[in-house]
Design a binder for this molecule. Structure first.
Ligand SMILES: [Zn+2]
Length: 67
């Protein structure tokens, strides 16, 4: 990596998420808007995983139930 091509770095960039969560982080932009953050991302909340698991279990139940 060429250091002279590195963009300006803000150590106190403000990040605002669509869920309302706001926090500061290190970034190359002074202000950042994101659609998911660690507070509402499915990976962190586990919601998506639960929905996914239930769908698979339901499919298996249907498959074995038809036998
Ligand atoms: Zn969020």
């Amino acid at each position: 990596m060429k250091k002279d091509l590195h963009p300006e770095y803000f150590s106190d960039a403000s990040v605002s998420c669509v869920c309302g969560e706001k926090y500061t982080t290190g970034a190359t932009q002074k202000e950042i808007r994101v659609e998911v953050c660690s507070k509402c991302h499915p990976f962190y909340t586990g919601e998506q995983r639960i929905v996914d698991t239930e769908g698979r279990v339901e499919r298996l139940r249907r498959r074995y139930g038809q036998k």
